[in-house]
Each structure stands twice: as C-alpha cells, then as structure tokens.
Design a protein. Sequence first.
Length: 98
Amino acid sequence: IISRSESQSEGSKFEFDPTQETPIFWHVPRSAGTTMKEIATFCYGLTLASEVGAFIDPVAATADELMTVVDANTGAKYLNVDTTSPEGLERAKNFHLA
C-alpha cells in the first residue's frame, strides 16, 4: 500500500485512484501476510475481504447483500465474504469486488 504522497515522490510513476481501483493482497503463508493484513486494517483503516468476516457473523456470511462486519473487540472491518474457499471467491465475484 502506497500513500498518495509517497506515490507522487520523485521517480514514481504509480498513483492509486480509489474510485477506479481496488487493491488486492494475495496472502502467501509464512511471508508476513498476517502482518500486512493487520497494517491494512489497523493502520490504514481498510475494510478487508477475508474469512474473518464470515467467522465473526455467520448469518451475514450468507446474506444476499454485501455487508461490512465489524469486530466488536478490535473495531476492525471485514466484508461478509470468505475469500479462502472457491464458493467464497464466487460470492465475491458476484458482488463485483474485484
């Protein structure tokens, strides 16, 4: 994740437009992926699509609409899709997440 000020630094040709682009992070086990997810959630305040949203609220996980699920203990925000399964990825696709 690169902030707008960093993306506009000398020599950089990358500028993220949140109205047109969706950041995607592919979590590879044992490669600091959990740390990256925590930074995205707690430092940048991003809403994540992962298995956590379905775990926190199993009822929302089967809802016909895309919802944000908030962890009552941490305040972290997750979508109600499980991106760790083929069915969950199909569900995310149907919601036009990426």
